[in-house]
Design a protein around this ligand. Sequence first.
Ligand code: GLC
Length: 452
Amino acid sequence: MNLSRRSLLGGAVALSISTLASLGEAETMATQGQDTRPIPTPAPRVARFEKLAFGMFVHWGLYSQLGRGEWAMNMHQIPAAKYKELIKTFTAKDFRGRALAKMAKKAGMKYITLTSRHHEGFSLYDTRGLSTFDVMHSPAKRDLIADFTEGCRAEGIIPMLYHTTLDWTEPRFENDFPAYLQYLRDSIEILCTHYGEIGGLWFDGNWSKPNADWQEDKLYAVIRKHQPEAMIINNTGIGQEGRLGNPEIDSVTFERGRPHHLNRHGHPKYVTGEMCHTMNFHWGVASQDFNYLSPAHIIEELSFARRAGANLLMNVGPTATGKIPDYEAAAFARVGDWVRLHGGEKGVLYQGRPTDISGEGEDFALEMNGDLYLFITDLTATSNTMAHGVTHRGAGARHFTGVTQAFKEAQWLDNNEPLKVDYDSSAKKLTLHATGYPYGTNTVVRVARLKA
Ligand code: GLC
């Protein structure tokens, strides 16, 4: 196990040269200037996923009883036999898929990705004889993936499933890797055949054995067979943001990294992006981690993900019994208020597409139905800059270049206040005269709509 890769506590991750080299088949999809090769059309599942925009990640398992994050077993070197005893106290008493779905909905999120099995090897679903280390062998004795998928659908939220590919407690992972991979495929087949339509499968852990043959084609074939419309994602992890591995993969990941534009020119397939982030420095609940993001920070992360056309998957770690923590519920709801102020469900946050227009600082533009939406950051001295450390600029002229068309009418989305716009066609430059926030308002990122 390459632990240096997983420096979850410090943030900075030392990726050894050999790890990078071993991912030699991976391809980076960074922007490449004036590429004229054609861009492939997204498959319907990918186009649909891009419009979901905002999702909730849920990390929950036996580790949640320890309150020290989902890596507790590994980080605190708990022997597997001892760790596995946590199954005896796992009641899932407060876990309700529907409550999670309601929380997501309130936040403006359209999907939830739940850890059906994390690195500890414990399954939240009935493995139907594949393993005794599953929820049916715990006091909970109910299939939590059934509860989750049904709860999501009842609220119009798309259920997706995270599944580990590495396993700390299944001996075959170390002793008989081909047999382990068959076990993994059989597990995925269960998830693909007993819970109705799943929005996507999200894998994580191939980085633990970078030189191994993971037989990814066989794994993904199971999904394509039973769930042809499911997104296939495989996390490349911290330090490998935006890397694409297997051609079946539909989205690259940006784990706690700022998504960048993907250059799709000349690619055989349209691949999208998703950034996952967590509320503090752990994914599973960590009762002594006070390092929480604010709603303002989440608003910025969501905005900057959309700038690159990527989704934001914001994580919450329920408590030992499956209760949603109060702070996360409140923070997510506050973000939902902001989402509704900016067009809600059918608005630019979901439907807006990235443009080649560049703004100054973190300002950027999205396009929707021919209208231009300018995202203005750092508008007041109290605006939030913690995510990227931009200096305060306040109200005044905001310049955008690469604008090929004049826009006449402009107004703030939040209060419809009209705004002055200048356009210089020879320089392809547009200037928005941004007013400040009226007292009582501070949306962190403020959006102006310009009509064609
Ligand atoms: C990392 C961690 C894992 C977490 C994942 C979420 O890969 O190992 O615990 O599930 O990030 O992106």
